[in-house]
Design a protein around this ligand. Sequence first.
Ligand SMILES: [Zn+2]
Length: 87
Amino acid sequence: MLEITKENIEKAIEKARATKPKVRVIEFRRYAVTNKTTGANYEVKFYKIGNQKFADCTCPATKVCYHIGASIGAHIVLAEQMHTATA
Ligand SMILES: [Zn+2]
């Protein structure tokens, strides 16, 4: 499990913007990310423990990768919608 920090997620989002992978929602907190060039498919999961955020990706990277960067945009939108729905 990788801890998401402001610094590492900014880098991951930057990389995702350059790579433009396709993100599909599997369910809340679970996303499928496909590299359009290679067709490689990975699954990203988000966790929240206290005030800390964590993510897991099935790709071989051992740090916050661009798959996580690509998913977090969709995740933030969904999390806000759920928050609004329960508010
Ligand atoms: Zn990854």
